[in-house]
Design a protein around this ligand. Sequence first.
Ligand code: EPU
Length: 428
Amino acid sequence: MGKFIINGGNPLNGTVKISGAKNAAVALIPAVLLSDDICVLENMPAISDVSIALFILSELGANVKYINKNTVEIDPRGVHSFTVLKEISEKMRASCYFLGALLGRNKKARVAPPGGCDFGVRPIDQHIKGFSALGATVTFEGGMVDAFAKELKGAAVYLDRVSVGATINIMLAAVKANGLTVIENAAKEPHIVDLANFLNSMGADIMGAGTDVIKIKGVSRLNGSTYSVIPDQIEAGTYMAAAVITHGDIIVDNIIPKHLESITAKLIEIGASVEEYDESLRISAKGDLKGCVVNTMPHPGFPTDMQPQITAVLSVSNGVSIVNEGVWDNRFKYVDQLTVMGAKIQVDGKVAIITGTEKLKGCPVSATDLRAGAALVLAGLAADGTTTVGNIKYIERGYENIVEKLTALGADIKREDEKSDYITTVTA
Ligand code: EPU
């Protein structure tokens, strides 16, 4: 298993180019199943979650061909299967999107319950509520989720809680249903808008994505499309946090600054200076960092996927900070690892109280999930001495070329083992 070895203390300087968004890419890939023709997806991040999603598509019978490292051509016309097996489904959360996409394409889908980061219970009741409203029957048999429908009919679906996954899955199932589907209390994340834009570019009729009411008028067919994935909001936020925790000065390029507003505002409160441009921003932190209160919540609130990274920054910020996790039941498992590095953090349920310490100390730690791993990398960049971050298969699920990007910014980081535990390449 690979690990990162980081010698901390170098302030980051220079420019980092942000890759395509993981959570958009893993929704767009299954969406291709709804097309009657070839689609080309550009600006795809070269990360293992994307490889897994493409592998699932190819197992279903699609022809998947890389044009270059970040551009993939997918021909879904040969798809013959509607089953995604456990061995592959459990590797990532987004495999559940194949339920909605296969249901929308074939009116039947058989997908093993998805895996993904362990933040406590991760139910799919709201996904099922949506499929059922559209006329599907959903059952659990032999460790698989089965969904089928004679006909999918547009319907009103009110989500009992804001769910990114349920919003995406219902959009996928509804786009070719007969009539109008209205999703109320929908999630508003940038990747929801990106999925709607991609589907509309294929000929779908979706309005309201980015607000909490999404209206989908079913269409009978979707064409092929060439589409570029939006930049990754969380990757950008992670590099911004890296600049702040190392008291550096970097340009974060290839971004949509509007998607970063809540992160930018919080880092300014902590002591950063930020200058925004059209598709980039400059962030620096020269003086002392100040503690603050962070409440994670659905977009446009502060994203839960930046919670571990901001906690790492707050662990070396003056004073007492409070982080309230408002999305997941159990997203503080990584705190033990930061504590080993000298952070002073007390967790009580969904709240962490952080007393800033002057310096973290490098030592061996281990990633417990994707963003937790990113937080440990940030802590290692700021710490005295050498930090070894184990379990980096989690980090490689979501950060393209993290070692190369950080090295180019002046960090002293290397990867010890070439081999990832996840599938890393898929060819046609
Ligand atoms: N929930 C339910 N019932 C459902 C669905 C969700 O109760 O049917 C609950 C969840 O248990 C959670 C909350 O609703 O407490 C939000 O869950 P959501 O469905 O929004 O999360 P998700 O779709 O499973 C996506 C991202 C996560 C990110 C969350 C929240 C992808 C592939 N994953 O997960 O990203 O944390 O939205 O923004 O898009 C990450 O990238 O590191 C990551 C974990």
